[in-house]
Design a binder for this molecule. Structure first.
Ligand code: MN
Length: 382
């Protein structure tokens, strides 16, 4: 059995006001090409299919197209909901679609029934665990002792019939840790990943599967073992991910259930890049390449540049963000405690701030301009 593991498509997502639908279409086309090239039999979508519970119509049409293309190629689809999806909406027409080899698991309703496919060695079962909160599982399994997300996932998995030696693959969308070591996030997950540990599920709960296809974390990585993996999002979804490389695991199961994993690189239609330098240099035509890329520019100019974003967009039409680098002479860790701040005068604090930004003390004229402004604004602080 050969299958691709995808997760966190976030169809319909916008980043910094830019609609990424065409980028998403291009990456799905690339994935379809990989399916053909590697003759895969199934594609696992491990949650966060859409970016929001009520996705824009264009995103729904994009998923419709992708599922249809897969089904027409005879490739099975095994999809679960993520925390961004509406579980109910994802289940729409689910029983009809299952007849076409498109298996959707949006809601957890009290028990898990594996989807049974087959390869040349016999049956392979895909266990589709939709995103669950502890409260959801508690509601359906009132007898189970569920205090954490880990308990909830364990209780949900305990509803499975015995595997009886059949090879099993799990798809899940949870925050999974290996020996309490959290996965490295990518910055675009937009959920309370660092708030407490209540959502953590220990990878030990997921033992007994030939491969665990995870979604939720956008940075591709394994969790404790090479066969328990986050596929990562197929595109960069945050400027924090500038330059990050994306991939999709190609999993090959042998007769004994041993999973061999190969990461297939995904190349975006437009890269997301972070450039640093003076505006003149960044926008000089001799230095501009791949002008269509999504650009975050950090300017090192001494003073704010007039019409900086207009000039940047003239060179890079898809520039997303512009900011200024702190002056190089500034102390790296000018971490003033709140108490220290309160002990200092407004003039001192401003002079510090000015020096951090400009790398020099304010001139008399600048100090006077500030005093005038302060009078106009009225008393601040003391
Ligand atoms: Mn996600």
């Amino acid at each position: 059995m050969r299958f691709l593991h995808l997760a966190d498509l976030h169809l319909g997502k916008r980043v910094n006001g830019f609609d990424l639908l065409e980028d998403q279409r291009a990456i799905l086309e690339q994935i379809l090409a990989l399916c053909g090239q590697h003759r895969v039999q199934a594609v696992v979508l491990a949650g966060d299919i859409y970016d929001v519970p009520q996705p824009p119509a264009a995103a729904v049409l994009l998923l419709d197209w992708f599922l249809t293309e897969l089904a027409q190629r005879g490739i099975a689809v095994l999809a679960i909901s993520g925390n961004h999806d509406s579980a109910e909406r994802l289940d729409y027409a689910g029983r009809l679609l299952a007849k076409q080899g498109v298996y959707l698991a949006g809601r957890f309703t009290g028990s898990l029934a594996p989807v049974r496919l087959a390869d040349e060695y016999g049956p392979v079962e895909f266990v589709l665990l939709p995103f669950v909160r502890a409260a959801t599982v508690r509601h359906f399994l009132p007898g189970a002792d569920i205090r954490s997300y880990g308990d909830a996932v364990a209780a949900a998995l305990a509803t499975l019939p015995p595997a009886d030696g059949v090879r099993r693959v799990l798809a899940a969308h949870q925050f999974v840790t290996a020996a309490s070591r959290p996965p490295e996030t990518a910055g675009s997950e937009s959920c309370a990943l660092e708030v407490g540990t209540v959502e953590q599920v220990d990878a030990a709960c997921l033992a007994g599967f030939c491969y665990v296809a995870l979604g939720h974390i956008h940075r591709p990585q394994q969790v404790g073992s090479p066969t328990v993996r986050y596929a990562g999002s197929p595109l960069c979804y945050s400027l924090d991910e500038c330059g990050a490389e994306k991939s999709c695991p190609l999993v090959t199961l042998d007769a004994d259930g041993h999973a061999a994993v190969k990461l297939l690189p995904l190349v975006p239609r437009r890269a997301m890049r972070h450039l640093t330098g003076p505006l003149d240099r960044l926008t000089n035509p001799a230095n501009v390449c791949d002008a269509g890329d999504y650009i975050w520019a950090t300017l090192t100019d001494e003073t704010p540049q007039p019409d900086a974003m207009v000039r940047l967009r003239a060179a890079y039409p898809n520039a997303m963000k512009l900011d200024y680098a702190p002056r190089s002479g500034a102390p790296a860790d000018a971490a003033l405690t709140a108490a220290a701040v309160r002990r200092r005068s407004f003039e001192e604090l401003f002079a510090d701030f000015f020096e951090t930004v400009q790398g020099r003390a304010p001139t008399k004229a600048e100090q006077q301009a500030l005093d005038t402004l302060r009078e106009e604004v009225g008393p601040c602080g003391r």
